[in-house]
Write a protein that binds this ligand. Sequence first.
Ligand SMILES: [Zn+2]
Ligand SMILES: [Zn+2]
Length: 244
Amino acid sequence: MKITVIGYWGAYPEAESATTCYLLEKDGFSCLLDCGSGALSRLQNYIDIMEIDAVLISHYHQDHIADIGVLQYSWLVQSYLRDSKQILPIYGHEEDKASFQKLTHQCTKGIAYDPTKELQIGPFHINFLKTAHPVPCYAMRVSDGVSTMVYTADSSYIEDFIPFTKDADLLITECSFYENQDGSVAGGHMNSKDCATIARNANVKELWLSHLPHFGDRKELKIQVEKYYNGKIELAREALTWEK
Ligand SMILES: [Zn+2]
Ligand SMILES: [Zn+2]
């Protein structure tokens, strides 16, 4: 599978960038993982919006879903222009009924995933783990039969991340705070040491730090993680890709 960072900020996008959004691709199938603010604009540097086959949502905070509305408008406009009858499936959990219902529009259909079961979307098999966050949110373990990627979504540190992430080829963690800050009291997030602890104890091969903060020197996040984890580390940025 190939993974491309489309958006990597927490909370809001800075200029010319987006909040959380990743593009997952395999054998011509394309799935968006979260669709934050600015994502639709940045995404068009990498793919035709009508070529997206599915969208998968971790939770209903705006920095993960803000561009779902304009994605729906873009499909509506393009379906007229191209005389297309395509419907885009958007997978989300049902624990927030009002937000789930908004996934359905003229050209999109909300599909509830059952987080206790494995979900298949195209070539991807996805397992879920409920995170520690102020609203229901799910981490995801995505496999295509060749490689495995784990995405923490938003969460403060929980021990369950270790078995859930075990031996993953790539781990994408949210990294909202620096080592000396307690992310768990600030809205259910992790600091750099929490990210390193998961990566090291779960024996992951590569770690991406994402959902980045708007303060401090973000290069320090990577330096802090390097003290505890020996694998490859990347600070998420737009167009960063991984393929295996
Ligand atoms: Zn977030
Ligand atoms: Zn959140």
